[in-house]
Ligand binder design. Structure first.
Ligand code: ADP
Ligand code: MG
Length: 432
């Protein structure tokens, strides 16, 4: 997209610029997300890519061609075989069976009926919905309907899969099934996947995220967990979470990033608007300008009443964790001050022992003395910077006999995240 602008009701009284000067490039085989709050222009771009909403200014090219210059025939081919489409509301045809819904787009390709059904059945099997082939869409659950539309989107083997809030109407189990299907379509079938979402938990699947705000792409963020397809400056790739966050939010000072880091840790499933409010609340807490009870009150107040709309147990859990991490971080702050004064070794053993105890409070397995001592050594190495985060995680996942702490991968990962939170919150950001 080059300087792409889309204006609704152009020249009329209610003229509205939904996108303003979007300049982006999406590469073949990339999985990207447009992420942003409701009304920021995500679906507008979706319709534009699909060839049904012409730019008011600027240009869009798909596979090097401008779809708005296609003949009618080229356009049909484009919309049925170059691009596969998944909508939030499924848009299955209720008067024909599931298998016919999936087979239908092949008609425009002139494929004979038995071949159409064979291909449709293959896809229904692949997405584990073949048992419903003869049902009518009315009789399916939301999750089942969306898997049918994933199958339909793939039936003509398109190069690009376009999905607008594909899990917006689904429960968490169906959401996972659909997200797994999209990931597989990207990774195994090597399709370009363009997903629209306002759910932060889904960004981890993507190579890059286009953050949208008020009709512009405000930031483009490569996912450090994915091998990049776009040319991303390797030396700019991220090492610590603070560096990572500071790249995502280049205009935010470190204390704001500290808040974001906590929010990332505590929430995987909130929507964009809830996240923004939660960040505000946690900032107040990090600045120690409110009490845990007040925070819980705000977190549980309904969204419409200006709160975040969390359940009580969840709000309590989040608040407890924040209180704990902030508390634990005080030791790190003291430690860092001492580090500056160069009397580093005074109480180091005590600090390392304390942090070890914080970390393992929620760990219910048994510890051998050797294991605990190896964990302490690893924590010490992380504190003084002998390892980065990844090194720490690898070390504590190493068997005890090889000098590690012998945790399984999941525990090692969780303990590492927890330690990083304590470290980040303990970082001096001026002022104090
Ligand atoms: P998103 O998908 O990010 O929620 P949309 O792309 O649907 O946002 O809408 C972006 C903005 O354009 C919104 O303010 C919306 O009200 C406006 N808009 C969308 N469609 C139309 C339309 N057909 N006519 C006028 N305004 C529209
Ligand atoms: Mg939308």
């Amino acid at each position: 997209m080059k300087n792409l602008e889309i204006t609704y009701n152009k020249g009329k009284e209610n003229e509205f610029k939904a996108t303003k000067g979007v300049n982006i490039e999406i590469y073949p085989e990339e999985y990207i997300a447009f992420f942003g709050p409701s009304g920021c222009g995500k679906s507008t771009l979706f319709y534009c890519i699909l060839g049904i909403l012409a730019p008011s200014a600027g240009e869009i090219l798909v596979k090097g061609k401008n779809p708005y210059k296609f003949s009618a025939e080229e356009m049909v081919n484009f919309q049925t075989s170059v691009i596969g489409i998944i909508y939030q509301a499924f848009f299955l045809i209720n008067s024909i069976s599931v298998i016919d819904n999936v087979a239908l787009p092949q008609i425009f390709q002139g494929i004979p009926p038995h071949k159409r059904n064979q291909r449709a059945m293959e896809l229904l099997k692949r997405f584990e919905i073949d048992s419903k082939a003869q049902f009518y869409p009315d009789n399916l659950s939301g999750g089942q309907s969306q898997r049918v539309s994933v199958a339909r989107s793939m039936v003509n083997n398109p190069d690009i899969l376009l999905a607008d809030e594909p899990t917006g109407n689904l429960d968490s189990i169906s959401t996972k099934q659909v997200m797994d299907a999209l990931e597989e379509i990207n990774q195994r079938d090597r399709k370009t996947v363009i997903m629209i979402t306002h759910n932060a938990a889904q960004l981890k699947y993507c190579h890059r995220v286009f953050y949208m705000k008020d009709g512009v792409v405000a930031r483009v963020v490569p996912n450090p967990e994915k091998k990049q397809i776009a040319k991303v400056d390797k030396t700019q790739m991220l090492v610590t979470e603070m560096e990572q966050l500071s790249r995502m939010y280049p205009y935010d000072p470190p204390d704001v990033l500290k808040v974001k880091s906590l929010v990332n840790f505590l929430t995987q499933d909130l929507n964009f608007d809830q996240l923004a409010r939660l960040e505000g609340a946690i900032k107040v807490m990090v600045d120690r300008k409110t009490t845990p009870d007040k925070l819980i009150e705000y977190l549980t107040a309904s969204y419409d009443a200006g709160g975040v709309g969390l359940s009580k147990p969840r709000a309590r859990k989040i608040t407890d964790k924040i209180v704990k991490i902030l508390d634990q971080s005080k030791d790190i702050q003291r430690y860092r001050r001492r580090l500056l004064r160069a009397d580093l070794f005074t109480n180091q053993d005590e600090l390392v022992a304390n942090i070890t105890n914080y970390l393992i409070v929620d760990y219910h397995g048994n510890f051998t003395p050797e294991q605990k001592s190896n964990l302490k050594n690893a924590i010490f190495d992380r504190l003084v910077g002998n390892f980065r985060k990844e090194g720490f995680e690898a070390r504590i996942a190493t068997p005890v006999k090889d000098g590690g702490a012998g945790f399984n991968r999941k525990t090692a990962h969780n303990l590492t995240l927890h330690l990083e939170k304590i470290l980040i919150q303990g970082m001096e950001t001026g002022g104090e």
